[in-house]
Design a protein around this ligand. Structure first.
Ligand SMILES: [Zn+2]
Length: 252
């Protein structure tokens, strides 16, 4: 069975690399779920985070290409490159609202505040793509009880907010939530920070065990880890969307 592939569009730098990624996926008869964040690209406002980082560090490599673009194109979801996804059979879902702010402040937000943020994201998404998002993923895998309570009100088919090895409904303090989770099996190859051969081995092992969903950022893996990325696609027989996994979960 094909691996699940989740692609996070966090900022303009990710969008610039979308055509390259679509090309690579085409070579391996692969489909993916692109989770697109909405609202302003926070790359510039977060520039101070990168100050003092080694020049070849992951954040610098990922974001430097987007600095110039984000000056003129403030909203991530409105970039013209994303329109080409509508002409493919890849899935697109919503990746929250104001990615960087979401990651740093979700823990302190009330259920109502989170509901407002998700609503705002849904509206911007629908305005741009012409339909309501059917799937969601929380930026930075951030989750709180208030977040899960808010999420349940939107009726998404599924959400992808956790790491894990099978589909599940989250439970906190004996309360179970009703939005199905399609978890990711491991950190992105760029974040793992170990040898490519080890990452490939880990991916093959997970795939053999029956559930393998990996995730990438277009501004990193297709560019700086292209051989590894293509090798994973080759070894797993290509990739499929998370919605295909939600509809037809592997029998583990
Ligand atoms: Zn993200």
């Amino acid at each position: 069975m094909k691996a699940g592939l989740r692609v996070d569009i966090d900022c303009i730098a990710d969008i610039i690399a979308v055509p390259l990624l679509i090309n690579i996926l085409g070579k391996y008869d692969s489909r993916a779920t692109f989770f697109i964040t909405t609202g302003e690209d926070g790359t510039l406002r977060n520039a101070f985070h990168y100050a003092g980082k080694k020049i070849f560090s992951l954040p610098f490599k990922r974001y430097c290409k987007g600095f110039f673009h984000s000056l003129f194109n403030r909203h991530v979801e409105s970039h013209h490159n994303l329109k080409m996804l509508l002409e493919t059979d890849h899935e697109i879902g919503l990746h929250g609202y104001r990615h960087y702010e979401w990651m740093s402040s979700l823990h302190a937000k009330s259920k109502e505040e989170i509901t407002d943020m998700i609503s705002e994201g849904c509206e911007l998404f629908e305005h741009e793509f012409g339909f309501k998002p059917k799937s969601f993923s929380s930026p930075g895998f951030r989750t709180t009880k208030n977040y899960l309570l808010a999420l349940d009100e939107f009726g998404f088919d599924y959400s992808s907010d956790f790491f894990g090895n099978k589909l599940f409904y989250p439970e906190i303090d004996g309360k179970s939530f009703k939005t199905m989770q399609v978890p990711v099996s491991m950190l992105s190859p760029g974040e793992l920070g170990v040898d490519d051969s080890k990452i490939l081995m880990q991916g093959k092992e997970l795939h053999k065990n029956g559930y393998f969903v990996f995730y990438i950022h277009p501004s990193y893996e297709p560019i700086y880890k292209r051989n590894l990325f293509e090798e994973i696609l080759r070894c797993t027989g290509g990739s499929r969307t998370l919605s295909e996994i939600y509809e037809n979960p592997p029998d583990i």
